[in-house]
Design a protein around this ligand. Structure first.
Ligand SMILES: [Zn+2]
Length: 497
């Protein structure tokens, strides 16, 4: 007890698991020890983690999954951000949409202004996909403000660098899908609107973005050019421009890399600027990345290098790190992919925490929106989170066989309200749920069952959590409009001090 009390007053974290490792048996799983105290100073550095689509049910499932990977029962596990002292709820709706998309939500976080779904870095007066309506609606982003005030900035994602969440930090455009010029209507090009990739290379605030790592290489390369990694793929641009070369010409101090070997060879202590584009499209799911020894860095490795490059600036930095494919796993109805990418995000947050000091760095972990992801049924304690439900008997002990629904078939703990695993109408209009008795639902290819049939599972509209620690973390608390996260981020700006 005394030891626990003493530990409570210290400023570093000891999870229950760690306490048990060092022999403190008094620690019980429901005794959550959080880091204390919240440091009141303004942050010199801000690191914002966005788990794309990482709603609260997803966090719970990642927690159990990550614990079970380490041989635990799982429910009692603590993810890196779950020990942060500040927690809040974020209301994620867009100005014109009850259930939001990532473009509008990212814009709200980076600019402090809620806006419409589908638009990047522009306010709600814009008309989506209408180039002519853009002028005058552009909103300064935290990344631009940080650059203008002499800080270093970075954007790291496992999605395309031009995708909604990273794109909203540097681009101002009325349509998120205009990632390359080839995806824009002729009219928009004639009216002078620039695609997202071009806006990245033309970015001219401060001395430019120092670190940008992710996928989306095809949007930077001309359609006439063969991709360096895949002989059967080409670039996407119709204007003939190789934006990776233009970026290098514009930034002679910068290094451009496109695979893990080149990335590993980068010495952050001797690198001022780094652009990495590791796939033509999104980077791989972390499950696939680790399975075949692929030529891509992990999210934690990208986070580490980004922090080391950015911290060379004594004035401080703003870094956004997105676990971009948690969202895609959910859209595919494949919980295993969402959860393994969630574990990768957990590693990245751990990395950031270990490289920084609470006294001068604010770390925020949140999601842009939720999904229709459900954890339900009455599985016994420690039941495999991706498995079929085995319940408890009348005496509270695990049953010997799977629990059955009223249709006489087993079911999984994890499922979706809609998605590809929905019950699709058969030719005779007879709807029937698939029998999972002989199906290995822990197989990474497995698609979770859903109520409603839809090719791509949708986002969810309930609140998501915000976790914060370090300097300025007290700005996070209560039930917050999502755009108020900006008030916490902007504390990094010298003008706010
Ligand atoms: Zn999505």
């Amino acid at each position: 007890m005394n030891l626990l009390k003493k530990l409570d007053g210290m400023t570093f974290r000891l999870s229950c698991t760690a306490l048990m490792v060092i022999g403190v048996t008094a620690c019980t799983p429901d005794k959550q020890i959080t880091e204390t105290p919240v440091v009141a100073a303004k942050p010199k550095n801000v690191i914002l983690f966005i788990g794309d689509g990482m709603g609260v049910s997803t966090v719970t499932a990642i927690r159990i999954y990550e614990g079970q990977l380490r041989g635990m029962s799982g429910e009692e596990n603590t993810l890196s951000w779950e020990a942060f002292p500040r927690v809040a709820l974020s209301k994620t709706y867009n100005t014109n949409q009850q259930v939001p998309d990532s473009a509008g939500t990212a814009t709200a976080i980076y600019t402090g202004v809620k806006t419409k779904a589908g638009v990047l870095g522009v306010g709600p007066d814009v008309i989506r996909a209408d180039c002519a309506s853009t002028p005058g609606t552009e909103l300064p982003t935290i990344l631009e403000l940080a650059e203008e005030q002499g800080l270093s900035t970075g954007v790291v994602t496992t999605a395309r660098l031009t995708h909604a969440t990273p794109g909203a930090s540097y681009a101002h455009i009325s349509e998120r899908d205009w990632e390359a010029d080839s995806e824009m209507p002729k009219e928009a090009l004639e009216q002078g609107c620039k695609d997202v990739a071009l806006q990245f290379v033309d970015f001219n605030k401060g001395n430019g973005i120092e670190v940008a790592l992710g996928g989306g290489r095809r949007n930077f390369l001309p359609a006439t050019m063969i991709d360096p990694e895949y002989a059967i793929k080409t670039g996407e641009r119709h204007d003939g421009r190789d934006l990776t070369r233009e970026w290098q010409a514009k930034h002679p101090d910068g290094a451009y890399v496109w695979n893990a070997e080149q990335f590993a060879a980068i010495d952050p202590a001797a690198t001022d600027r780094l652009l990495g584009l590791f796939e033509p499209g999104h980077m791989q799911y972390d499950y696939d990345r680790t399975k075949d020894g692929s030529r891509e860095p992990s999210l934690a490795e990208m986070t580490e290098k980004a922090i080391k490059v950015l911290s060379r600036n004594d004035k401080g930095y703003f870094l956004m790190v997105e676990g971009g494919r948690i969202d895609h796993g959910h859209h595919d109805g494949r919980a295993a992919m969402a959860l393994t990418d969630g574990v990768a995000l957990n590693e990245a947050v751990k990395m950031a925490d270990s490289l920084t000091d609470d006294a001068d760095t604010l770390i925020i972990v949140t999601a842009d929106h939720s999904h229709t992801f459900i954890m339900a049924g009455y599985p016994t304690r420690g039941n495999p989170i991706l498995g079929k439900v085995i319940g408890n008997d009348d005496h509270g002990n695990p049953e010997k066989t799977y629990s059955l629904m009223e249709d006489g078939k087993p079911y999984t703990t994890l499922g979706y309200q809609n998605g590809p695993g929905g019950i699709w109408p058969a030719d005779d209009h007879h709807y029937e749920r698939r029998d999972l008795t002989d199906v290995d639902t822990t197989d990474p290819e497995f698609v979770q069952q859903a109520l409603l049939p839809r090719k791509s599972e949708t986002h969810g509209g309930e609140d998501v959590a915000i976790y914060a620690k370090g300097a300025g973390a007290e700005k996070i608390g209560g039930v917050m409009e999502q755009n108020l996260i900006f008030d916490a981020l902007k504390q990094v700006l010298p003008s706010e001090k």
